[in-house]
Design a protein around this ligand. Sequence first.
Ligand code: BV8
Ligand code: ZN
Length: 257
Amino acid sequence: MSKTMTGLSPEKLIDETIEMLAEAKMPVISTGAGMSSESGVRTFRGEDGYWREHRAEDLASPEGLRKDPELVWKWYGERLKAYEDIQPHAGYHALVQLQERIGKLPVVTQNVDGLLQKAGLIDVIELHGSLRTASCMNRCGSPPIPITEELFESLPPRCSCGSILRPDVVLFGEQLPEQALRRAFDLAESCDLMLVVGTSMLVYPASSLPLFVLRRGKPVIEINPEETPLTSLAGVTSIHGAAGQILPLLVEGVSFR
Ligand code: BV8
Ligand code: ZN
């Protein structure tokens, strides 16, 4: 039974979590879209979520890109526009403080908004790639090109060989970058605690990482205002709250230990 289910008071839950975090020698953080929502980035499944308007598979899939490249590039263009003036919120700064305190803090992320790096996290494993570059859909061999405003002047952007370009994110149905995936699983196998922040735990294989940690008998802490498939699992301490509020509370508590 997860700790949350034992009806601990929120204060008690926070105290216990601070204790676990303070004792952890090799914690790993895992983040999803909810980690960025207080910085103004839309999530995928929330009320304002992207998947409310379009099916994920229609936008973030090779088939969707082939079928309507203009729609998909418009969607990524909107997201990049939204990223321009986003700033890391207090939860990100708390993670940087924790990184300074411990000396290292690997963060495995499903996000492509670059906010973790912007905040100063130095060991970020981008499971689903990033929106920094675009590559040839037909893999003609041209090197990836940076995604800049010019690229959106004529949609869809094309490679010098004439075929359409694709953003270097992992689309649904595509394999994850091998190195990132291997590192993420190594961390799940070697950490002594995983802190999972802002993910609905619905996208595989990212969603399997905390399960590997639990299987080793190590604690998983979840920060999410809603319940997820993780919430009720034994070994999980689920704090129902927002990343921007809970993370600073936890890290402040750890710094007094
Ligand atoms: C793969 C990049 C091998 C692009 C993304 C059937 C069953 C099970 C699995 C599958 C299946 N059919 C196919 C699959 C595999 C598929 C998958 O998992 N599909 C799901 C939809 C069922 N996975 C894949 O295809 C992956 N590849 O498996 O390769 C393979 C190959 C072929 C066939 C089979 C297997 C590739 C997946 C990567 C897709 N790319 N992103 C882009 O960003 O545009 S996915 C994208 O959506 C994100 O990266 C992220 O991973 C996902 C969204 O999830 P979350 O981040 O969790 O966000 P969400 O909005 O869902 O939830 C937000 C949460 O935050 C909520 O819980 C909310 O309560 C919380 N929250 C809100 N505010 C706050 C907060 N929390 C804290 N604080 C707050 N303030
Ligand atoms: Zn090409």
